[in-house]
Ligand binder design. Structure first.
Ligand code: RIB
Ligand code: CA
Length: 315
């Protein structure tokens, strides 16, 4: 997994680490919800909290190039903590340490040495993944699938046009969307149909495992923030975006996808970072072959059922 640990990344990491259907080989961190150093500390706090021994590799601290145009992107990671994620997660300071190898180096080494059977699951800006692809294009032969949390077709959350992970580093997202490997894109259209509610939080607290109690606490933070700043259909609910991407690995039927051409806007004044999805392939100008399985809907009942089951596990 490649993460920018924040609150939903944390829930996704716990789901991946505790699911009997996933072998979580490593976690790479990237600048996104927080400065990358904080994302790394948060990731270490999460793995320590559930007692799993998964190596963590720190990655890029800024997008590939998006901060070089004055005024286009914040030139330093968001110093102002977000309401949805804050900065440091409310967990004890990490006792484990990150690895010495950087994220891109580990991704390259791991894929080149692999048998081509390791799924790549980025749930933050795609800077590390694009960096690894540019540094060692041969890894593409060894990546069977990339399951990304990012983008949106009818739904945006960062500007009126873009989703946060793609918006932070549009050039990196463009490199990845056009890399030629099988991609599933779990968009906001889907994640906004797979919500946790206060009842979900109560059920998690009832389960009482370290992961379930932690996920309930983070979900409650998210619900309070979303109710205030980005209300979902029903008050008292919030998406757990990154966890849906993990569940889509375990049970693909938790999302429904369309196979379409997707590319990323990198020069639009108003649409910078938008995932442009050619859904109905209308018109014949610039039609390009489909390259991404775009998840536009989700099965909320199955998602919640899966998460309650997985988070009831403990090491
Ligand atoms: O837009 C949602 C995505 O942005 C999630 O991955 C969240 O963690 C943030 O990174
Ligand atoms: Ca994330």
């Amino acid at each position: 997994m490649d993460v920018d640990t924040g609150t939903d990344d944390a829930v996704a990491i716990m789901a991946a680490a505790l699911s009997p259907d996933i072998e979580l080989l490593g976690i790479t961190t990237v600048n996104g919800n927080c400065p990358v150093e904080i994302c790394t500390e948060n990731t270490l706090r999460v793995v320590d909290h559930i007692g799993v021994n998964v190596p963590v590799y720190q990655g890029c601290s800024l997008p590939l190039s998006a901060t070089l145009t004055p005024g286009r992107k914040p030139n330093i990671p968001s110093i102002e903590p977000s309401k949805i994620h804050g900065h440091y997660l409310d967990l004890p300071a990490a006792s484990s340490a990150k690895q010495d190898v950087t994220a891109a180096e580990w991704l390259i080494r791991t894929y080149l040495e692999s048998d081509g059977d390791i799924s790549l699951v980025p749930v933050g800006p795609l800077t590390n993944v694009a960096m690894a692809i540019r540094q060692a294009p041969k890894i593409l032969d060894k990546i069977p699938e990339i399951v990304i949390m990012g983008g949106g077709h009818h739904v945006a959350n960062c500007t009126s046009s873009a989703e946060f992970n793609i918006w932070v580093d549009p050039e990196a997202a463009r490199v990845v969307m056009n890399c030629g490997r099988p991609i599933r894109l779990v968009t906001l259209d889907a994640t906004h149909e797979a919500l946790f509610t206060m009842e979900t939080c109560d059920a998690l607290k009832e389960i009482g495992t370290p992961a379930a109690v932690c996920a309930a606490a983070f979900a409650e933070v998210r619900i309070a923030a979303y109710d205030k700043a980005q209300p979902m259909g029903s008050v008292g609910s919030a998406p757990i975006h990154d966890a849906l991407a993990v569940c889509a690995i375990i049970k693909p039927e938790v999302v429904s996808t369309v196979y379409a051409h997707v590319d990323v806007e990198t020069t639009g004044e108003l649409t910078d970072g938008r995932t442009v999805v050619d859904i109905d392939r209308s018109g014949d100008r610039g039609r390009r072959p489909a390259n991404v399985h775009v998840a536009l809907h989700a099965d909320e009942g199955l998602f919640v059922e899966m998460m309650l089951d997985i988070l009831s596990n403990e090491m």
